[in-house]
Design a protein. Sequence first.
Lengths: 210, 210, 210, 210
Amino acid sequence: MDGIHDLGGVQGFGKVAHKANSVAYRPVFHEPWEHLAYSLLFLGADTLKVFNVDELRHAIERLDPRQYFASPYYDRIVAGTASLYVEKGVLSHAELEALAGGRFALARPQGLGRPARETRPPFEVGDRVRVAGAFVPGHTRMPGYVRGKHGTILHRTGVKWPFPDAAGHGRPAALEPTYHVEFKGSDLWGETAEAASVVVDLWEGYLDKA
Amino acid sequence: MDGIHDLGGVQGFGKVAHKANSVAYRPVFHEPWEHLAYSLLFLGADTLKVFNVDELRHAIERLDPRQYFASPYYDRIVAGTASLYVEKGVLSHAELEALAGGRFALARPQGLGRPARETRPPFEVGDRVRVAGAFVPGHTRMPGYVRGKHGTILHRTGVKWPFPDAAGHGRPAALEPTYHVEFKGSDLWGETAEAASVVVDLWEGYLDKA
Amino acid sequence: MSGPILEQAPVADRARALEAALRRRHLVPEGFVEDFTRLMEQDWAPENGARVVARAWVDPGYRDLLLKDGTSACAQFGYVGPQGEYIVALENTPTLQNVIVCTLCSCTAWPVLGLPPDWYKSFEYRARVVRESRSVLREMGLDLPPEVDIRVWDTTAETRYMVLPFRPAGTEGWDEAKLASIVTKDVLIGIARPDPAAGGTGGGLRGGGY
Amino acid sequence: MSGPILEQAPVADRARALEAALRRRHLVPEGFVEDFTRLMEQDWAPENGARVVARAWVDPGYRDLLLKDGTSACAQFGYVGPQGEYIVALENTPTLQNVIVCTLCSCTAWPVLGLPPDWYKSFEYRARVVRESRSVLREMGLDLPPEVDIRVWDTTAETRYMVLPFRPAGTEGWDEAKLASIVTKDVLIGIARPDPAAGGTGGGLRGGGY
């Protein structure tokens, strides 16, 4: 989906609040609850297998855009994780709000997602490809800034993964390799581009032979 | 600029909070300060001529994206208007904060903008045109969703206006007509489009003959 | 990171601070805010657009003028002023519904429609109506049959639009005032159609009905 | 409209509520949160990636393996686990700087880089580094000469990247531990280059220096 989480290339943001090598990275967590965000996420995704990480990503994308923008990172993880526990019937929204002592905003409803394409011959390193001009209402891992763009295959992964546009909706997902596709900076951002190239890791189903 | 104000087609938003013909539109203002937003804006733009409305639009686009998303409409007008009075040297940021009794967030700095193109022959009704694939770091009135798209001229305005990519930065701006350009819904949003067409009002300088 | 950015003096205090700073420099002419507020609250009203529509329904010559030169047609009633310098009327038919939006900010034909309503300025409407037009209209109460095409007009330049609805059956013999009474603000924006059952007995300002 | 959406119980209370709800259903195994937190706080650390880099600098065979099969090379040190199942090392040269980002969320190679730092997760970094790479790096303290190309890697699928910097002059004769001491988290992400002047006397965990 073309959500506000799809931030690549969005203009109007200020400086990154960091000077290279100037900041201590410990302690890893800054608030006494932050460790719970990833812990309870991986409890659900890995140990309990109630949902998968694609669904978690999509749950965060389904937060109201105002909530997404106003919430710090681990708050978004908590909100997305809680949304899935509720949607999967493990917990109820009412009990979460009772325990929290106030409103506990969850994600907006999800749609159906979409299956992977039919199997096609794989691409090879050096192939020119075009990112499909698809408009996907649900979860996808194709950032908007490469839609319809031409690039070159640098690498095909030796492992296959579930197609996220299906997996992110909890439906069966075909396994596909992904490709490291290099796009010329000027093809993405015109003369304002400052990188020689941007490499995006794209599922096979997002690509067509150029 | 490809800012977060460029909302056309962004997904993830919920229902519009309105039922057709069900809501009273009076009183026009809901808070006792809201009338000041447009009043002080038009004082500066029309009476004092300290800035123009393109600059005001750009000032709002230059608000921090988090502020933009968290602020109600008239709050954004106040913030943008105040930013321009300060940038033009009419008021100082410090006095605004002293009078407000707290922080008064203003817009992020602006860039240079860009001039209009050289004059070219005008387009005619029925012409097929292509929106230039430009990546404009400053103010522009070309919404991102038509960049590079093909459309058809429905109308050329009988009046010319300052090219906003220049005017929005307070620099001299050539006058150009605008064109009502019709884009097929499916050309903009693929098979998910629900409108037969979208008509966008575009300055001549945004267009090339297809 | 998001917290500090959003922490500000209340917007009411910031709006008053902006006014106070301008006043103590004697930059606000006597009565300026009061006069401009009266324009916004009283003079610019959807009843104006309704009168234009009613006249076009009963006077073919005026209708032709309205469609050819909306600005002049509106000026005949004295509907002129800011955000009304170049008015274009969009003609609905039984198989075409025109809908107005401003995705980049919230431009509206103030003199004939009044100030834009809250929902028109909402992120939801701005983001969705160009892409999910039919769903948005249905959610808002206008469930168009599939044979009706939707044409969305994005107010990205200086043209200000008003919708000219088609005169519904059941209004035969009505006078202009009665006809105007079924042309609401929502009808003029294009998210509703005139409802003959709602026809009042006269024109003028109506209460909470729209 | 934005106010009510953002009003919630404090995130600390919501995170604790989620934990409490899961615990009272006995869904949280004994020690699960503590063990996972130890992994995040202690086991996954940029010192791991630094050791990998130092080994590659002194052992050409290991370097070849790292560039051919990063996952296996990291597994030789025991650096395996979630978000480290498919590791690809990106080789810098004196004229090429690789930079890692995740524009859609904040994917990172946890086992070798540690959890992503705050700035990596910021909207600023995610939005800007794919488009304004050189400016962003300069602002953060890495002012690359124009002859150095930038290649940005967007972590949009399951590949997890680490940057293999080139070994700087002035480190001749250093042992692996000392070499590792100049490979910071920022170096492994690609927003800094190793600084021989910062070389410590041994490996292991360092304090606030990075």
